[in-house]
Design a protein around this ligand. Structure first.
Ligand code: ATP
Length: 222
């Protein structure tokens, strides 16, 4: 499995469908990189997202190509095809296990998710074990982050309590932490963009120019 060299010791993981990648994803990545001083950030598109309704998802290669265009030139950001190499749905736990094996114990993984996705964590495969492999970074609006996060942690992760000094929830020694990161929301979703393209509306205010050009050139979402 190919991974970029020099990821450093604090590696952020942003998984998603990325159909297409948009400015909200990029803003999240940048905010978390700064908040937690990450050495690098890996975007990992899901080959077969387990939690998406069955609208016809664009080919994996299109989604990767758009990610490459969006993040390829940003230092410290890269795109991984890790989930293409697995048969069946892309589960986060499998991805984190694989990354842990490749990168080794010295590298700390930070698994980034939106508050909305975190609230659905009870549906995830082997949710308790996720924290054996990574810390979570939960990104939410300033008004919702702490309280919603606290409710979800209490309901799903026994033994975790908030440590004021570290600004994160801590479990047993050796387990990952859960960090809340607040950011002003960027009002955009991939669904909005697919819908705008279908209606012939503008999208260049919400995706990088190279991604908009790619969508045009390949006739995606029409
Ligand atoms: P869709 O509209 O197709 O459901 P999406 O825009 O939510 O897609 P995903 O690829 O599913 O994009 O998202 C990947 C990750 O990025 C998820 O953790 C999601 O919560 C987060 N995310 C997506 N859009 C935003 C946004 N505007 N602000 C903050 N986080 C976001």
């Amino acid at each position: 499995m190919e991974l970029p060299h020099n990821l450093g010791k604090r590696v952020g993981i942003l998984g998603g469908t990325f159909d297409p990648v948009h400015n909200g994803h990029l803003a999240v990545a940048e905010a978390v990189r700064q908040a937690l001083s990450l050495s690098s950030l890996l975007f990992i598109p899901a080959f077969l997202p387990p939690h998406k309704p069955t609208y016809s998802i664009s080919a994996f290669d299109h989604r990767v190509a758009m990610l490459d265009l969006a993040v390829g030139s940003k230092p410290g950001f890269s795109v991984s095809r890790l989930e293409a190499e697995r048969v069946g749905p892309s589960y986060s736990i499998d991805t984190l296990r694989t990354l842990g094996q490749i990168l080794g114990k010295d590298v700390h993984l930070f698994f980034i998710i939106g508050m909305d996705a975190f609230a659905e964590v009870f549906t995830w495969k082997e949710k308790g074990e996720l924290l054996d492999h990574a810390s979570f970074v939960v990104v939410g609006r300033p008004d919702q982050c702490q309280q919603s996060c606290a409710q979800t942690v209490a309901a799903n992760f026994a033994g975790y309590s908030f440590d004021e000094g570290r600004g994160s929830w801590q479990g047993k020694p050796g387990q990952g932490s859960i960090y809340p990161v607040t950011m002003v929301p960027v009002k955009v979703s991939s669904t909005d963009i697919r819908e705008a393209v279908r209606q012939g509306g503008p999208i260049r205010d919400r995706v990088p120019a190279a991604v908009a050009d790619y969508i045009d050139a390949h006739g995606l979402y029409r």
